[in-house]
Design a binder for this molecule. Structure first.
Ligand SMILES: [Fe+2]
Length: 415
């Protein structure tokens, strides 16, 4: 809980969350009555919100930055009063300094996973929030924050050269607008790094990835969030967002032409028939070809207003089906080898009906990790530790993910 000494400091906040950004956040610590700590209340003023007001009835983390530069996280805030959009109020369980809440601020790599640090995630929120506000206000954008985030992402990706990707780790925020941007930038960088791109190349690729959909800010929300098929006219407008994005970025001299080409070309298809130009093959800029894969994969694995997110292995099947038409096959191959479909700790169902726990992903073949067998084909729980390297078993393979609840096992207690 907040200490009284920091309260004055906390009274004026700029906040960032998946609901948008706010000009001022006032925290009112809950009283202690006897031994009982009442929940703290807060008021958010001047909220810039990306969504319909009804969508605010949620619980999530809110990131705050004081005027003195201190960063805090409010956990599990719940909006309780939305009658006055200028003064939204709610309750929250906790508020603590970001560094205290997330001691793992530095990149963590256990040799298999890349975890984008909270610091980078928060910076991305702030940077994107600023850019979004600038575009909405009709100003040219100042990409300073976006450049700083990209440098940090490149640094973090380069620190873990053999890392495989577990997307669950970077899906810490629910907000599609913000999460999607950072996910796409991260995926682009992972692919680019595997392809041996230089640090300078990675920077332009990452920055382009972060801003790839910036042109959507010029497309109306009723089209973007439409629950159902777009009309021809709506689809035509939607297809303008790459060009809008390019035009927005052209108004800033601190963004290279290579980075600007990412928004412009991320919907081109390798065999043609994409938009806006219908380019083919290597006529599509390399960074655009990389971003196309990252964009589609992340979109499929994220909840959208019109669709529930797919599991990584299902999304991977769809992405792979585009190998002959939509995507550059060489880049897609790099991507497939990098992705950890069944990350350590996930439960898998094998083709003979047995169930295993993934111990270690195999960088060469994502579908054949080393597993520990938990239940045999007859459904019996195994008492002795049986490890299987699926690379070495030709007749045994993963049929799909296993449902943890159904099995009544907790991965953290096993292994
Ligand atoms: Fe797009």
């Amino acid at each position: 809980m907040l200490e009284a000494t920091t309260l004055r400091d906390l009274a004026i906040f700029t906040g960032y969350s998946h609901i948008g950004s706010c000009r001022e956040f006032v925290w009112i610590p809950g009283d202690v009555i006897g031994r009982k700590q009442l929940p703290s209340r807060f008021v958010i003023r001047g909220l810039t919100c990306e969504y319909e007001v009804e969508a605010l009835m949620i619980r999530k983390d809110l990131y705050l930055r004081t005027e003195t530069g201190k960063e805090y996280v409010v956990t599990n805030f719940q909006i309780t009063d939305i009658t006055d959009i200028e003064n939204i109020s709610g309750v929250a369980e906790n508020c603590s300094l970001l560094f205290e809440k997330f001691p793992e601020m530095k990149t963590v790599s256990d040799g298999e996973r890349v975890i984008i640090s909270k610091q980078a995630q928060v910076m991305a929120f702030q940077a994107m929030s600023n850019v979004v506000n600038q575009v909405k206000a009709g100003h040219g954008i100042d990409p300073k924050g976006a450049r700083e985030v990209t440098s940090l992402l490149v640094e973090e990706i380069l620190k873990a050269p053999d890392a495989m990707m577990n997307l669950i780790d970077i899906k810490s925020f629910d907000d599609y607008t913000f999460t999607h941007n950072i996910n796409v930038a991260t995926l682009c960088l992972i692919i680019g790094q595997s392809m041996g791109l230089s640090q300078e190349d990675l920077f332009d690729l990452g920055l382009g990835g972060l801003l790839h959909d910036i042109g959507k800010l010029k497309v109306s929300l009723s089209i973007l969030n439409k629950d159902g098929k777009l009309t021809d006219a709506e689809f035509t407008e939607m297809k303008r967002h790459p060009t809008y994005g390019y035009e927005i970025l052209c108004r800033s001299k601190d963004i290279s032409e290579r980075a600007r080409m990412v928004p412009l070309s991320h919907h081109e298809k390798f065999q043609g028939k994409g938009y806006p130009k219908g380019l083919k093959g290597e006529a599509i800029p390399l960074f655009g070809r990389i971003c196309a894969i990252a964009d589609v994969y992340d979109a499929l694995t994220t909840d959208r207003p019109y669709r529930v997110a797919m599991a990584p292995h299902e999304a991977m099947k769809i992405v792979t089906s585009g190998i002959d038409t939509q995507f550059d096959p060489k880049i897609l191959t790099v991507f497939l080898h990098k992705m950890s479909l069944y990350p350590s700790g996930s439960l898998v169902l094998l083709n003979d009906g047995s169930v295993g726990l993934v111990l270690k992903a195999n960088p060469k073949t994502v579908l054949r990790p080393t597993i520990k067998l938990l239940k045999n084909a007859q459904g019996e729980r195994l008492k002795t530790r049986t490890e299987i390297d699926l690379m070495k078993t030709s007749n045994l393979f993963i049929a799909g993910p296993a449902n943890r609840n159904l099995l009544n096992v907790t991965t953290s207690k096993v292994g």
